[in-house]
Design a binder for this molecule. Structure first.
Ligand code: 5GP
Ligand code: ZN
Length: 123
């Protein structure tokens, strides 16, 4: 899509801080982070919103979710367990869809937020 911001990021026409790339996905730092770690995971293929996801997209949708633990580990926000077995750390994932979902960029993206609280995107 010629006029899509995240397509331009995927094709390197617009610079971004890329943290992961493979044939299907790109992950980069959000320009206006709402948490100490705030990454966006996108499919390289243009899908405007989660409402437009079809069976043909199932693989790439699964890959987006499956990338989360790797990125969480790489950025030190994975869930760990202390000596008593209590969970520590952790992160939040979010997909905004459409105006009522608070979506601003119409290329599907998964937000990954984490880091010590409090932070803006925590709710
Ligand atoms: P949405 O509200 O659509 O779910 O989230 C869009 C996100 O994209 C926002 O968190 C916003 O800060 C981020 N964003 C908007 N423009 C750019 C940009 O040019 N570069 C990067 N890295 N992030 C952007
Ligand atoms: Zn796009």
């Amino acid at each position: 899509m010629d006029n899509c911001l995240f397509c331009k990021i995927a094709s390197r026409k617009i610079p971004s801080s890329i943290v992961y790339e493979d044939d299907d996905l790109l992950a980069f730092k959000d320009i206006n982070p709402a948490a100490p770690v705030h990454l966006l995971i996108i499919p390289k293929m243009h899908i405007a919103t989660l409402s437009e996801a079809e069976p043909a997209h199932h693989d790439v949708l699964g890959k987006m979710l499956a990338l989360v633990p790797r990125l969480a580990h790489d950025h030190g926000i994975e869930v760990k367990y202390d000596a008593q077995g209590n969970p520590t750390g952790g992160f939040k994932t979010l997909i905004n869809s459409g105006p009522d979902g608070g979506q601003e960029v119409y290329h599907l993206h998964l937000h990954l937020y984490g880091g010590p609280r409090p932070w803006r995107g925590q709710h």
